[in-house]
Design a protein. Structure first.
Length: 447
């Protein structure tokens, strides 16, 4: 298992650095070949995969000419197997619609995780549901040339998509009639009341919160600490926090022991959130070493703890504008050791919490989402109070965290998943019941 992990880690780095552009070009050429053969479904799959590896002008041109026009083909590629319970647990109403006899002022509903989107595409009357809601999608991974996202083109008037990665916003901007990409992502929904600074002594020079998936590049962190120690920085102390399922803990321990870093890297496994927050507060900087993922939440949780961050400039997924002169360092992988060494003595120059509260808090993001919805998606919005959601890690209401969304949203999904079109009176009744339950939870918290 250990050597298999090392091989996967090497392959992950090699393909990202040396092969992405080549693979993207190969898949685009395969798309042309499949089109010539009449293999339409394979053509679409190759084209979308090409764009996920690398966004290119020629790839976008092919996509617009041969893929966008085939709404049925895109729908056929949508994922399967998502249950109504899973979809309900990852759906959250942020703004309740106002329904009268004469009109509907739309609310806002947010769907979390790319996989969840497929349930709505395959099982719900999206056309009916959009009479009451603006849809907001919160994908779980960078690379939006994905059928679970793109198939919404034929289902809705306009959908808002959280797009923390610049290339994803560029891609969706090629489809302005269907999508409104916004620059925030899952990292913008941190509960700043839970992730707060404390005055504990700084024990660790850096902390990395990861797992043993090779994309997290844990080996790179271990090697970086090893390189610093080899250069004479034998007082450097790192902390590595990982989940511990299967053989993961054994692999990580062997990885650290194999290079003699036992005394320099503290290992922690499967900790509750409160202990992770404590460890972050005891660290001078929190780092992210993956080349590609979604809008990483750990970096931004650290900012609210007033701990600066280090992110690789090669990373795909994180909004690089958030890594700035107030919050930390955006550096190339080749400069990681230098960045860690500099931050060891200079971390106090940063005070990221103030910037985070003013720019990327859940409250600020909620306000931004409302304004974007009003300006770009639907001007006649409900005048109800918009609720703030946080990711913990699943979506929940900031002021009503006890609500179980799986049961809370079940009736709403039920009425829009039936064969017959739901009557406005039935929709109004279900929404009113849900709204009253939420208000009761809010009152309980106040008391």
């Amino acid at each position: 298992m250990y050597y298999k992990y090392l091989f996967k880690a090497w392959i992950n780095d090699f393909w990202f650095i040396h092969c992405r552009s080549f693979i993207s070009l190969f898949l685009l050429l395969a798309s042309h070949f499949c089109r010539f053969l009449g293999a339409k479904r394979l053509m679409m799959s190759c084209c979308l995969a090409s764009l996920r590896y690398r966004l290119s002008s020629s790839g976008v041109a092919f996509f617009n000419k041969y893929v966008v026009t085939d709404a049925y083909g895109l729908t056929q590629l949508v994922s399967q197997g998502v249950t109504i319970e899973e979809a309900a647990s990852r759906t959250i109403i942020l703004l309740w619609p106002e329904i009268t006899h004469n009109e509907v002022k739309k609310g806002i509903v947010l769907l979390k995780f790319t996989r969840t989107f497929s349930y709505f595409l395959r099982n719900t009357h999206i056309e009916e549901m959009q009479k009451y809601f603006i849809f907001v999608l919160e994908p779980s991974w960078a690379g939006y040339a994905d059928p679970d996202i793109l198939a919404w083109m034929s289902k809705t008037e306009r959908v808002i998509v959280q797009s923390s990665e610049l290339q994803d916003r560029v891609f969706l901007n090629c489809l302005p009639k269907s999508f409104v990409p916004v620059s925030f992502g899952s990292g913008n929904w941190v509960n700043s009341h839970e992730f707060m600074p404390h005055s504990k002594e700084k024990i660790f020079d850096s902390i990395y919160i990861a797992n043993t998936n090779p994309i997290k590049r844990v080996k790179r962190y271990v090697d970086a600490v090893k390189n610093l120690v080899a250069k004479g920085h034998d007082q450097y102390r790192g902390c590595l926090v990982c989940a511990a399922w299967g053989d993961n803990e054994k692999i990580i321990r062997q990885l650290v022991q194999s290079v003699g870093m036992d005394a320099f890297i503290t290992l922690k496994f499967s900790l509750p959130k409160e202990e992770v927050v404590d460890l972050v507060g005891q660290s001078k900087t929190n780092i992210l070493l993956s080349y590609k993922e979604g809008s990483n939440r750990s970096l931004f949780e650290s900012m609210f703890c007033d701990v600066p961050v280090i992110c690789l400039s090669e990373n795909i997924g994180v909004n690089k504008a958030y890594i700035n002169e107030f919050t930390g360092l955006l550096i190339p992988d080749a400069q990681l050791e230098d960045g860690l060494q500099w931050m060891q003595s200079s971390y106090q120059e940063f005070h990221p919490r103030k910037w985070a509260l003013e720019n990327i808090s859940a409250e600020k993001t909620t306000d931004c989402l409302f304004e974007v919805s009003k300006a770009r998606a639907y001007q006649n919005l409900s005048s109800e109070t918009m609720h703030v959601k946080v990711n913990a890690p699943e979506a929940q209401y900031l002021n009503a965290p006890k609500i179980n969304l799986r049961f809370f949203n079940r009736h709403l999904l039920d009425i829009f998943s039936r064969a017959e079109t739901p009557a406005p009176e039935e929709v109004n009744s279900v929404l009113l019941t849900m709204k009253n339950e939420l208000n009761n939870n809010l009152q309980e918290k106040v008391q």
